[in-house]
Design a protein around this ligand. Structure first.
Ligand code: SF4
Ligand code: SF4
Length: 175
């Protein structure tokens, strides 16, 4: 486990994540070409997740889109206290790349975000539950790594995990 201090300040995360965008993309190629113990990397991510206070952050709800699966629409609508047809009309939109997603306010935040609080927390979509998809999610870890350089610009868990993974797999940093 890396001894690096965790970076939690969101302004710093944005700056460092942008600075390391190319390097983080290169990390994906490194993992693709070298043997690594996936369980170890997931344990590192898990430990960093446990040390991070998501309630004080909520930055994913301001930056990432929340995808919806067809089979969970009814449950999420019910959790929001809405009829399915009202929920679909007022809270859901179709994205060309991502399919059904939750609508966002003009500032980019999710329609269900109030301050740092998710108004449908107990009923939030699966994509929100699994975010940032370091330890679980669709496809393999290597496949999911495509999205991590971008996530590292706004999510402290992703930023700190990628830094710890670099130490774990002896990755040569450039920044
Ligand atoms: S549904 Fe809740 S957890 Fe998901 S993006 Fe919206 S506010 Fe965040
Ligand atoms: S998952 Fe990342 S961006 Fe979302 S609240 Fe937690 S630390 Fe912040």
């Amino acid at each position: 486990m890396s001894e690096r201090p965790l970076v939690t300040d969101l302004v710093q995360i944005k700056r460092l994540g942008e600075q390391k965008r190319d390097e983080n993309l290169r990390l994906r190629m490194h993992l693709k070409r070298h043997a690594f113990v996936e369980r170890k990397l997931k344990n590192i991510a898990d430990a960093i997740e446990k040390k991070t206070d998501c309630l004080a952050c909520a930055n994913c709800c301001r930056n990432a889109t929340a995808r919806l699966q067809e089979r969970e629409l009814e449950a999420v609508a019910k959790g929001a206290g809405m009829r399915l047809k009202d929920f679909l009309r007022d809270c859901v939109e179709e994205s060309e790349e991502e399919g059904m997603i939750l609508k966002r306010h003009e500032d980019g935040s999710c329609v269900f975000l109030n301050g740092n609080e998710c108004l449908i927390y107990r009923h939030r979509p699966t994509a929100c539950r699994h975010f940032p998809h370091l330890t679980s999610g669709p496809g393999s870890l290597i496949w999911r790594m495509w999205e991590m350089p971008d996530r590292a610009t706004y999510c402290p868990i992703v930023y700190n995990t990628l830094e710890a993974w670099k130490d774990e797999v002896d990755f040569q940093r450039t920044v």
